[in-house]
Design a protein around this ligand. Structure first.
Ligand code: IPD
Ligand code: CA
Ligand code: CA
Length: 269
């Protein structure tokens, strides 16, 4: 089995486990003031890490809930055992399990699996992106004014977040901005043409490892919000889009960074 086939198999198994917990509704605990974690996050991570370790004992694993495995191997897995925990804990049906593999710092394979819709987004470097085995491609929208966008807000340090300015400006300049609560699905949706662009500040490497590869393999572009090459371990923010929107989106974001708002914030009268 290839790395991707193994990742697909593991994601399907972890997804079934998550769907099962979701039906039963689980209690959540707080990791930070508004940062939720559930028994399902931990059980899914234990399963994914156990399976990865039995298939690839020498590979390094970085997993969100801390159950990873350090190793000098050039292969490194990034695991988000449950992306969309806040949705999950509230019974809002939008979450996934995602695994991304790097070789010598370069993304080579990734999966994002939504168990409720049974949608498996999978990509391998140089071999394209797929949704349930069919080729996935980014949209062909060329103008920001005709685009559907998405973003997210961090659960940590959220009072310091400037993204509300970006949210408002893009919302006023596009068909709308969605806040799905699941960054890996945002990226998978850009890769499959359901969204035209996505941006977010402060994501973690496991949120993006698979999704960024999906977008690139589906013909889209990924950079930081200033247009610099994106690195899942060090970039402060991410912009992913269908490629055609990359230049206009960067120009628009640059204006917002400079405090040049095309639409002034409305006053409450
Ligand atoms: C979160 C989701 C959310 C994003 C947050 C992430 P989690 O991941 O991807 O959409 O806005 O920044 O932390 O905590 O549910 O795995
Ligand atoms: Ca996440
Ligand atoms: Ca998570």
């Amino acid at each position: 089995m290839s790395y991707l086939e193994t990742a697909v198999e593991i994601a399907r198994e972890a997804g079934a486990l998550l769907a099962n917990y979701f039906e039963r509704r689980v209690r959540f605990e707080l990791k930070g003031e508004f940062d939720l974690v559930t028994e399902a996050d931990r059980a899914s991570e234990a399963l994914v890490v156990e399976r990865l370790r039995s298939h690839f004992p020498s590979h390094a694993i970085v997993a969100e809930e801390g159950g990873g495995h350090e190793s000098p191997s050039e292969y490194r897995w990034y695991v988000d055992p449950l992306d969309g925990t806040t949705n999950f804990a509230h019974g809002f049906p939008m979450f996934n399990v995602t695994l991304g593999l790097e070789r010598a710092g370069e993304a080579v394979a990734g999966v994002v699996y939504d168990p409720l819709r049974q949608e498996m987004f999978a990509a391998e470097r140089g071999a394209g992106a797929y949704l349930n085995g069919k080729r996935a491609r980014v949209s062909t929208v060329r103008n920001l004014g005709e685009s559907l966008a998405s973003t997210g807000f961090p659960s940590r340090k959220r009072s310091h977040d400037v993204n509300v300015h970006f949210f408002y400006q893009v919302a006023m300049a596009s068909h709308g901005v969605r806040r799905t609560g699941s960054a890996a699905l945002d990226l998978a949706y850009v890769a499959s043409g359901r969204l035209d662009l996505f941006w977010e500040f402060g994501l973690k490497p496991w949120d993006m490892a698979a999704g960024a590869l999906l977008v690139r393999e589906a013909g889209g572009r990924v950079s930081d919000m200033n247009g610099a090459p994106h690195n899942i371990n060090s970039s402060p923010h991410l912009l992913a889009d269908n490629g055609a929107l990359h230049a206009p989106a960067l120009e628009f974001l640059a204006e917002i960074f400079q405090g040049n708002f095309r639409t002034p914030m409305p006053e409450i009268k």
